[in-house]
Each structure stands twice: as structure tokens, then as C-alpha cells.
Ligand binder design. Structure first.
Ligand code: COA
Length: 161
């Protein structure tokens, strides 16, 4: 993800997270933290039904990681509602976990809304297990967050040399 992606990222952000969307300023701040952040976008090329005259690229997803010492955190992951169920979420999360492994982070944590089974299922598929519950974490909706953790990331997602 680069600064020139931010207009499209922000549009998708407000579509996907209408209650607690990050502002464009928050994305700018994240991208400025180059030493500890890793953000990527998924783009689609070629004309589509909505834009037959355009070849793209069109932003269809994004994801971000905060890498600390030994542990990383999934900051966000989102796929365009019209492009879900085609493996994009899996591809984005795989890439975040590979980056965590490259940065020697063996544990990866995240928060996910209790009322978001699709995301929870995606995370479980990657070995995340619930390790906590944060009551009222998502405001203003006052929705609880599951805290999930994946371990052994370096062995599972590290690249062979
Ligand atoms: C969660 C999200 C990123 C998944 O993206 P996606 O591209 O549809 O996911 P994929 O097609 O790669 O699916 C991968 C796995 O996720 C799980 N999954 C995805 N959608 C699901 C659904 N509607 N119900 C149950 N499980 C689902 C499944 O385990 C799936 O594997 P399978 O296809 O073998 O069953 C997408 O639904 C999204 O953007 N949601 C809104 C934003 C969000 O909730 N982000 C997470 C915040 S913590």
C-alpha cells in the first residue's frame, strides 16, 4: 500500500467498516511508521461489468501488520464485498504471516468482533485460537472483541533458504 492507494482504500474502508472506519489520516500515520508496519493491497485488472471502459487496476482488498519484537499484530484486513469467497482474504493473510515470519515474529495476535464469524473462521483456518475477550472493545457499537493468537508462525510461514 502506498499513499496513492489511500483514496480507494478509504472508500473501501467506509464500505466495509461503516461503524468504526479508519480515517485517511490514520492510514497516513500507519504508512509513515515504515519500520514496524507492512501494508499491502490486492488489485484487479481488466474491465468489469461496472466499469467496462476501464482496465484497472482496481483496489479489491487490503491488509496491514504491526511487527514488534517477537510478536506481530494483524491491524486490518478487508476484501471488497463483491469479491469475497474467492481466496483473496486467505491470500492477504498468508502474505501478512509470511512478513511476520521474515521479521522473526513467531506469534501473531489480533482482535475480531464476536459478531464476525466469517473473519473468525478465516483466522481459525490459519491456526489462530481465542486467548481472551475484550468487553466493549468496539465503540460506539459496544461490541466485544475476541483476542486470537497464532503461534509457530516462523516455522509455518517462513521461507526456506
Ligand atoms: C474476512 C474477509 C477478509 C474474508 O475475505 P474473503 O476473500 O471472502 O475470504 P476467502 O475467500 O479467502 O476465504 C478464506 C476462508 O475464510 C473463511 N470465510 C470466508 N468467508 C466466510 C463466510 N462468509 N462464512 C464462513 N467462513 C468464511 C472460510 O474459512 C474460508 O475458507 P473456505 O473458502 O475454504 O471455506 C472478508 O469477509 C471481509 O473483508 N470481511 C469484512 C472485513 C472484516 O471483517 N475484516 C476482519 C476484521 S477483524
Amino acid at each position: 500500500m502506498r499513499w496513492w492507494d489511500l483514496p480507494a482504500v478509504t472508500v473501501l474502508e467506509y464500505t466495509v467498516f461503516p461503524e468504526d472506519a479508519w480515517s485517511v489520516g490514520m492510514f497516513w500515520s500507519e504508512l509513515a511508521e515504515v519500520a514496524t508496519r507492512y501494508y499491502l493491497v490486492a488489485e484487479e485488472f481488466g474491465a468489469d461489468a461496472a466499469h467496462p471502459d476501464r482496465d484497472g487496476p482496481r483496489l479489491v482488498g487490503y491488509a496491514g501488520l504491526l511487527a514488534g519484537i517477537g510478536e506481530a499484530e494483524v491491524q486490518t484486513i478487508a476484501v471488497d464485498p463483491g469479491r469475497r469467497g474467492r481466496g483473496l482474504g486467505r491470500a492477504l493473510l498468508t502474505e501478512l504471516l509470511r512478513e511476520a515470519a521474515r521479521r522473526q515474529c513467531d506469534d501473531v495476535v489480533l482482535e475480531v468482533r464476536v459478531d464476525n464469524p466469517p473473519a473468525q473462521q478465516l483466522y481459525r483456518e490459519f491456526g489462530f485460537v481465542q486467548v481472551g475477550l475484550r468487553r466493549g472493545y468496539y465503540q460506539p457499537a459496544n461490541v466485544d472483541a475476541l483476542v486470537m493468537r497464532a503461534s509457530g508462525v516462523i516455522e509455518r510461514f517462513g521461507e526456506e533458504d
